[in-house]
Design a protein around this ligand. Structure first.
Ligand code: FAD
Length: 482
């Protein structure tokens, strides 16, 4: 029976977990928020209004049963809260840390809309699952029996890992192939430690290995095997390779040294934090220490770059973005964190070129006026005549977004149909590509998106692969019986 009444929002204010001071945060790559205490988690979960239509759940890509696990937390029934939470999400503690809750569950919380301040859903989710790990409630999902079929998964990001866990639990021999040395995709080599510490990902990968998932690191499909090779080995193959081709800027001076792509910069920083030695970091080409840094872009990747540069000891860090704060794609929370840490945002500015002889010395830019809204409702950026200026820079990081690589070419699979944007074309009900038994999930299907959508896609793809493999088995049995 409930020993707590919900609706606590009428008397309890919204609180986030304690945040480390900006001065302390600048010194390391550790996460910036502490965990809720038990008391605080109960109190904050108790603020939920248990509204009739849970818009938090409606706006959650994995349809998390949020009101139920908030209630269980408020009642101190934490193990049950964990059971409910993990039933719809393979990595709740990761989503609790890095989902843009302000745009998803929390942004749509009824008490947020009534100006009381949303329930701090992400922080409670993180608290529940971190506690579950500590208490030993998180167990490998080893199947009760092997089903004799195997599935190959290309890519060990959240889409591939979520599918791997689901398929393994159903009894498949699961083989995950990844071109990197560590598993996790952008969870490990894109997103910095101050948002997601790497041991949080590492313990998940170990859990999957303990369940029997076989990982093949340093295995690049297209180099070490073709798609057809893998298809011949497995009853089905899932492509979950993400999107990695960086959008570039073509402008005078763009070939100068020290103008670098965001992901190379972030991957290097993550490798260094993990203890690897990286030559490009040691020789200073991918290291912001002592430099005036300019980051181009306004999305999550740009936010991660500016905050990484601060931690590496840049003398100044500026973010140039062509629209205003209100219209930037990055999370408003991340912008606030970056500003606290000393990043300067220069809004409504567009780069036009770079100065320097051999190495970049500045970004030539113009100021932008936001004109009338276009068909999508976004105001069109217009250059203000005579507004040219040069922003001094020793390191320029390009965070302008990502596109898919040429997958049919790389995989030696011309039959793999792609959209006009280069993303994998799949049947949206089954996730199957144009090749029989080959499925797609995550960013390579959606374009650059979110971890939680990758998890959702991985789970859906696992269901479809299961249905496909079961049907094959049934056909084989029927044929044998004839
Ligand atoms: P990925 O995570 O990209 O994983 C794909 C994997 O496939 C990689 O490990 C790659 O090595 C492997 N691979 C690729 N090609 C091959 C091949 N030929 N052979 C073998 N392996 C291959 N989302 C959020 O929700 N919150 C955030 O805060 C956030 N921050 C981000 C910060 C950055 C810097 C970036 C770049 C993205 C961020 N995202 C964030 C987006 C999120 O990381 C992605 O949407 C998500 O990781 C996509 O998952 P995925 O499994 O589809 O692909």
């Amino acid at each position: 029976m409930a020993n707590q009444k919900m609706l606590g929002f009428v008397h309890t204010a919204q609180t986030m977990p304690d945040k480390r001071s900006a001065a302390e945060r600048r010194q390391d790559f550790n996460e910036i928020y502490a965990r809720f205490s038990t008391e605080r988690a109960n109190e904050q979960a108790n603020r939920c209004s248990q509204c009739g239509v849970p818009f938090c759940q409606v706006h959650c890509p994995v349809s998390n049963n949020i009101p139920d696990w908030l209630r269980l937390t408020a009642e101190g029934r934490l193990e049950e809260a964990y059971e409910v939470s993990q039933a719809t999400n393979n990595f709740p503690e990761i989503c609790g840390r890095i989902c843009p809750q302000d745009r998803l569950c929390e942004g749509n919380c009824v008490i947020e809309q009534s100006t009381h301040g949303a329930v701090t859903i992400g922080s409670v989710e993180k608290y529940i699952t971190d506690t579950a790990w500590e208490q030993g409630w998180v167990k490998p999902r080893t199947p009760s029996r092997e089903n004799g079929q195997s599935v190959g998964i290309i890519g060990a990001g959240p889409a591939g890992l979520a599918a791997a866990e689901e398929l393994r639990a159903k009894g498949y021999a699961v083989h995950v192939y990844d071109r990197h040395d560590r598993m996790g995709g952008l969870l490990v080599y894109g997103i910095p430690g101050f948002k997601l510490e790497k041991d949080v990902v590492g313990r998940r990968v170990k859990l999957l290995a303990d369940a029997g998932v076989v990982f093949h690191p340093n295995f690049e499909v297209g180099r070490d095997a073709s798609l057809a090779d893998l298809r011949a080995k497995h009853v089905a193959v899932l492509i979950a390779t993400g999107v990695y081709k960086a959008r570039d800027i073509k402008a005078p001076g763009c070939g100068l040294k020290n103008i670098v792509p965001a992901l190379e910069y972030l991957t290097t920083s993550n490798k260094v934090s993990l203890g690897d030695s990286v030559a490009a970091y040691d020789d200073g080409s991918l290291n912001a220490k002592g430099k005036k840094v300019v980051v181009l872009g306004g999305g999550d990747t740009a936010m991660d770059c500016v905050r990484t540069a601060i931690r590496q000891g840049a003398t100044s860090v500026k973010c140039l973005y062509r629209r205003d704060r209100k219209n930037m794609p990055g999370s408003q929370r991340e912008v606030a964190h970056a500003e606290e840490e000393g990043v300067e945002f220069v809004w409504q500015v567009a780069p036009e070129g770079f100065t320097g002889e051999d190495v970049v010395t500045g970004v030539r830019a113009v100021r932008i006026h936001l004109g009338v809204a276009d068909a999508t409702g976004r105001q069109t950026p217009q250059v203000i005549e005579g507004s040219e200026f040069t922003e001094p820079a020793d390191l320029v990081i390009k965070a302008l977004g990502f596109e898919p690589e040429d997958l049919p070419g790389a995989f030696g699979a011309p039959d793999l149909t792609v959209t006009r944007w280069g993303t994998l074309l799949v049947d949206h009900r089954t996730k199957m590509t144009a090749i029989d038994g080959v499925f797609g999930a995550g960013d390579i299907v959606r374009g650059a998106s979110l971890v939680v959508w990758a998890i959702r896609d991985g789970r859906d793809a696992a269901d479809s692969i299961h249905a496909y493999a079961q049907a094959l088995k049934a056909d084989a049995l029927a044929t044998a019986a004839e």
